[in-house]
Ligand binder design. Sequence first.
Ligand SMILES: [Zn+2]
Length: 325
Amino acid sequence: MSVASLPKVELHLHLEGAAPPAFIAGLAKEKKRDIGGIFDAGGHYKYKDFWDFLKVYEAATSVLVKPEDYHRLTLAVLEESAASGVVYSETFLSPDFCGGRDVGAWREYLHAIREAGDKAERDFGITLRGIITCIRHFGPDKARETARCAAETAGDWIVGFGIAGDEKIGAPKDFRWSFDCAREAGLRLTAHAGEWGGPDSVRDAIRDLGVERIGHGVRAIEDLALVDEIAEAGIVLEVCPGSNIALGIYDGWRKHPISQLYERGVKVTVSTDDPPFFHTTMAREYEMLNRAFDWDEGVFEGIARASLDAAFCDADTRERIAKKL
Ligand SMILES: [Zn+2]
């Protein structure tokens, strides 16, 4: 049996970033919108570096303008995830893109996404939960509006709050109000750090935002004292190796620090981030890790179990998913 077919839990997936390019191209055609410049001749997303990637990402997202578009997007994404063996997924959702941070509009988008999640659960056997993210390069004021959307819709489906976007703009402490607001609403917390920023960015996110998971966090490896602190505190890293390699942070799978972090006792999980942008899938991540580090089924089963333990869903959902692992 190949490790690619093992049941998987994915904790770090941007819903728009997971949009199959053919789906986005089809939607653009329906809406008569010209976004052709973002695809290469093979129909894949085309970008030069991370900052260009953010622009292409926003262009692709620009055709998603109605709750119904998000309903279709969610189904298209979950079908792909389920085909890769994912049984539980947490996806990042941005009220910035879904109704311009207006709570009423956001509720309509959320309703459409949840309906698609329910349908995917019936049709493909995959369970979805949502984490609301503010966008760092949009600034702290907009993040406050996003946090209000999160607080208003927190519950058994919207289970977390986080921050994504350009790590080089602003500092975690600028977003403290939004994270406090989300925490008070009962949401669990995660933040992108240690991808483009070094170990200090991870330290800042843990200290200033009180997060229990870090999106990426892999550059903590540059400071072993921090790695030990993370391991001791039980902070979970949402590691996305294929994303890091595609964006040139590491020079190949064997050079990726996930194995070192794992060996040193850090709770690592495996996700795809924005899979079609990085020409990857969860099945491919497993295969590449298996090849690079000789990880066997036992390692992957442990990672899936650790991922489920770190999921932000309620205990009943966790128990139900555990039976599938
Ligand atoms: Zn991400």
